[in-house]
Design a protein around this ligand. Structure first.
Ligand code: ADE
Length: 231
C-alpha cells in the first residue's frame, strides 16, 4: 500500500525521516518529496510549507503524481478546547475552513456553493488511531479542527472560531488537505499535537514547543504505520 505522510513545516516530518533513515529525494513543483519503504508499505513524505494553498498543492501531488492511496497528516495545532494542554494529541473527526467567508450572499461561514462546511475524516484510520492510543495508554482527543490562513494569537478570534464551528483546535492546513482528499476519494487522517493555546502568548509558546510537540505527533503516526503494515 502507498501511504502519504505530510506535515506543513520541516520540523513536522523530520522525526519521521530520522526514524526511517533511508529515503530517496525527488523534487516536484518547488517541493521535496521523500520516498521510503517501511515494512510492506511504500511511503511518500513531504512538508508542504505553511497554509492552505501549499498544503493543497502537496496533497494533490502526493495523490495524483505519486499515487498515494491514504494520506496521514502530522503536525502541531493551537488548542481551543481547554482540555488540550501542550503536547496533547487531537485527531480530527471533521475539519472546516474558519476563514472562508461569503456570508454577504447569505451562506454560513466556511461554506461555498457545492462545497461542505465540515469534511469528515476516514473512520477506519480513526479506528486505527484509537487502537494505537489504547496500546500506548495515550490520551487521544477526537474533535473538530478549524483551518485558516492565519496564525491565531488572539483570544477573541479563537472564541469566535469555537462558537462558530464548535472547533477543538485550530491550524493552517488540515481542512485544505481534507478538501483535496475528499474530492479525490483518498482516505485521510489529520493528527495534531498542541503547541500553544492560540492566545496572546501563542507565538512564544509555538516557538518553544514546535519541535517537541511535532515529535509527539510523528511518533504516534509511526505507531499507526505498524498497524497499517500488518493489515
Ligand atoms: N498551529 C499551531 N498553533 C497555531 C495557531 N495558534 N494558529 C494557527 N495555526 C497554528
Amino acid at each position: 500500500m502507498k501511504i502519504a505522510i505530510m506535515g506543513a513545516m520541516v520540523e513536522e516530518i523530520e522525526p519521521l525521516l530520522k526514524f526511517l533513515g533511508d529515503y530517496e529525494t525527488i523534487k516536484v513543483a518547488g517541493n521535496t518529496y521523500y520516498k521510503a519503504t517501511y515494512k510492506d508499505l511504500e511511503l511518500i513524505i513531504a512538508y508542504s510549507k505553511i497554509g492552505k494553498v501549499f498544503a493543497s498543492l502537496t496533497a494533490s501531488t502526493m495523490i495524483e503524481k505519486f499515487g498515494a492511496e491514504k494520506l496521514l497528516f502530522s503536525g502541531v495545532a493551537g488548542a481551543i478546547n481547554p482540555k488540550l494542554k501542550i503536547g496533547d494529541l487531537i485527531a480530527a473527526t471533521s475539519l472546516c475552513q474558519h476563514d472562508l467567508d461569503i456570508t454577504a450572499f447569505g451562506h454560513p461561514f466556511g461554506y461555498v456553493p457545492e462545497g461542505k462546511v465540515f469534511i469528515q475524516s476516514d473512520k477506519t484510520l480513526l479506528g486505527i488511531a484509537k487502537e494505537v492510543a489504547s496500546d500506548l495508554d495515550r490520551e487521544l482527543l477526537e474533535g473538530i479542527i478549524a483551518t485558516g490562513d492565519q496564525f491565531v494569537a488572539d483570544e477573541s478570534r479563537k472564541n469566535w472560531i469555537s462558537d462558530t464551528f464548535g472547533a477543538d483546535a485550530l491550524e493552517m492546513e488540515g481542512a485544505s488537505v481534507a478538501v483535496v482528499c475528499d474530492a479525490l476519494e483518498v482516505p485521510f487522517f489529520i493528527l495534531r499535537a498542541i503547541s500553544d493555546s492560540a492566545d496572546m502568548d501563542a507565538g512564544f509558546s509555538f516557538e518553544e514547543f514546535l519541535e517537541t510537540s511535532a515529535k509527539e505527533s510523528a511518533d504516534f503516526v509511526i505507531c499507526m504505520l505498524d498497524k497499517l503494515a500488518t493489515k
